[in-house]
Structures are given as structure tokens and as C-alpha cells.
Design a protein around this ligand. Structure first.
Ligand SMILES: [Fe+2]
Length: 312
């Protein structure tokens, strides 16, 4: 008698993200592209009270997370309490906050320009805490596999005077574009030694060891696709072979192309993004002296309760 097939094995055998089942990929791709958003306002949900969202609001946010791996929300004016970030995440099933060493005590980072001669001054060494543009990336691309950032919330408390726009791209759409260009690109970017982020040192020595890993990986627990990527060209070492170089060049080209699914949004006060760590960038910005741009950023090691997109 044959042993029963475990759901995990079945999921792997029919995963649209591995190269061994093209028919699964084709069906999933069709379902995914049929619902893909081409305007940021398609992601937007108005939320009345972030501490207690209604069932309709929750369903609307989770539906967008299922289809696009991200949703935008708009809160009423006056919702300014930083605790709203964690409250909102928890109601969507996102709870495993990953606090980095620059985060505040609550584990949520205040992303604002670090001023010289203030306690925040050391943060100015890190680009999020400057007014400079940030290139395409997913969050935590320098983390080890056991600390993957699977979700993020970015909430705008105060916009910049000018600029500070975000571009967003569902990493599953990037996967489709690359696989359509050549399955060899996927093979190269799934290699466990595709991308290395060198160690970061400070006065005390090695602050973060080097991290080597794939760009695309599939979660053993739930079958979701994860992406680790940065378009930066310094402090990153790509595997030195022709297949990796071709895949990385194709991805970089794709992100600079007028792909209709690249969404752009300039968040105003009370607007935020909740996402399964999709690709994003940030344009440079100019602050007004008395009201600098302030975003709250939370990163999580779990995904929302959004169901898998229906494709099977
Ligand atoms: Fe980011």
C-alpha cells in the first residue's frame, strides 16, 4: 500500500515557483496576471479606526494582499499614534515583529532624516535615515534565511515637503517577467550562492556577518515565494558566472522599464503600505525645516492571513 502523501509534499510537487511543474506555473501565471494592478489606487482601502478595523475593511485589505502581495490604506486625519502600526498588523495576522538595532523600543523604526549633533546622528550612516533616493530592494535582504522579512508596514505620519515617492512592484510579477524572459534566470536566482552581502564592520569588529543566499526561495512551511534583492552595486557580490550576470542584468532592466505593474505612490499623512515584502524604492526628497518627513516602519518574520490566490 502506498504511504499517504503529505500536504507539504503535494504543495512542492505542484508549486508554480519551481521549474519542474510548468503546467502549475502556467495556471498560476494566468490567474495572477488577470488580477494584477496597474494603478496604485486599486490597492487603496479606507480604514476608519486602525485599532479596530471592520470586517469589510479587513476583507478588503486581505483580498489585496492575496492578489498583489500589498495593500495601501488611508486613515482619517488625526490618527497619529505610533501604536496603530502594530495594531493594524495584528488584525491582519502579522505579529512577529523583527526589531533591528536602529528600531525604537517598541520595535518600530522612525524613518526620518538623522540630524547632526543629536542622539540620532549615527543613523545618518544608513541611507533610510537620509533624504537620498533608495534603489529597488526588498527589506532585510542582508538577513539570514531564518530571519527572513516576510511582511512590512510603512506608515506615513508626515510627508516630505517635496518628493519621497515610492515605486512598488509585486515580487511575484517580477518572477513572472523573469521566467517568461528565460527559465534559466530563475534557476540562476534560486541558486543558494547567487548573492552575497559582505560583512558589516564597526569599531567593535564584525557587526553583521556576510550573508549568502538565493534571490528567490520558496517557503517550506507555506509554499510562498520570497525575494531577497537590492539594486545597489556596492556592498554586494553576485555569483561570478554568466548565468547569474544575465539574470541580474535582466532584472535590473525590468525594474527600469515601463512595466505597467510598477505602481507609484506618494503617501500623504495617514497613508500606509502593508505588504508581503514586495520590491520597492524611494525617490529623494526635500524636507521643510519645521515639519520633516516621518515614516513608521515595521518589519515582520510572518505573513498576513491573506489566503493564497485561487489558481489551482
Ligand atoms: Fe525598504
Amino acid at each position: 500500500m502506498n504511504a499517504p502523501i503529505s500536504p507539504g509534499l503535494l504543495r512542492r510537487a505542484t508549486s508554480p515557483f519551481t521549474l519542474d511543474c510548468d503546467s502549475s506555473y502556467r495556471r498560476w501565471r494566468e490567474a495572477k496576471l488577470a488580477v494584477a494592478a496597474t494603478r496604485a489606487d486599486q490597492l487603496l482601502v479606507h480604514v476608519g479606526n486602525p485599532a479596530a478595523i471592520s470586517e469589510d475593511e479587513r476583507d478588503a485589505l486581505l483580498a489585496r494582499l492575496s492578489a498583489h502581495n500589498m495593500a495601501l490604506y488611508q486613515l482619517p486625519e488625526g490618527c497619529k499614534d505610533k501604536a496603530l502600526v502594530q495594531q493594524l498588523g495584528a488584525q491582519l495576522g502579522i505579529t512577529q515583529l523583527d526589531a533591528n538595532w536602529l528600531a525604537d523600543e517598541d520595535g518600530v523604526s522612525n524613518i526620518t532624516v538623522a540630524r547632526a549633533a543629536t542622539p540620532d546622528a549615527p543613523r545618518a550612516d544608513f541611507i533610510p535615515y537620509t533624504d537620498r533616493a533608495i534603489r529597488w530592494h526588498t527589506d532585510g535582504y542582508y538577513h539570514p534565511a531564518e530571519r527572513q522579512i516576510r511582511s512590512m508596514i510603512l506608515h506615513c505620519a508626515r510627508p516630505a515637503d517635496q518628493g519621497g515617492e515610492n515605486a512598488l512592484l509585486d515580487h511575484e510579477i517580477a518572477y513572472i517577467a523573469l521566467r517568461d524572459a528565460s527559465p534559466r534566470h530563475i534557476l540562476a536566482l534560486m541558486a543558494p550562492d547567487a548573492m552575497t552581502i559582505p560583512e558589516r564592520c564597526d569599531e567593535q569588529g564584525v557587526a553583521r556577518p556576510a550573508q549568502t543566499g538565493p534571490v528567490f526561495s520558496v517557503s517550506a512551511s507555506d509554499g510562498a515565494l520570497h525575494m531577497r534583492y537590492t539594486a545597489r552595486t556596492r556592498s554586494i557580490v553576485w555569483k561570478d558566472d554568466a548565468a547569474t550576470r544575465a539574470a541580474v542584468a535582466c532584472l535590473a532592466e525590468l525594474l527600469e522599464s515601463p512595466l505597467p505593474q510598477i505602481l507609484r505612490v506618494r503617501m500623504g499623512a495617514g497613508m500606509g503600505i502593508v505588504a508581503h515584502n514586495v520590491l520597492h524604492d524611494r525617490s529623494g526628497f526635500v524636507d521643510s525645516a519645521d515639519s520633516p518627513r516621518l515614516l513608521y516602519r515595521a518589519r515582520y518574520c510572518d505573513r498576513s492571513h491573506a489566503p493564497e490566490l485561487a489558481w489551482r
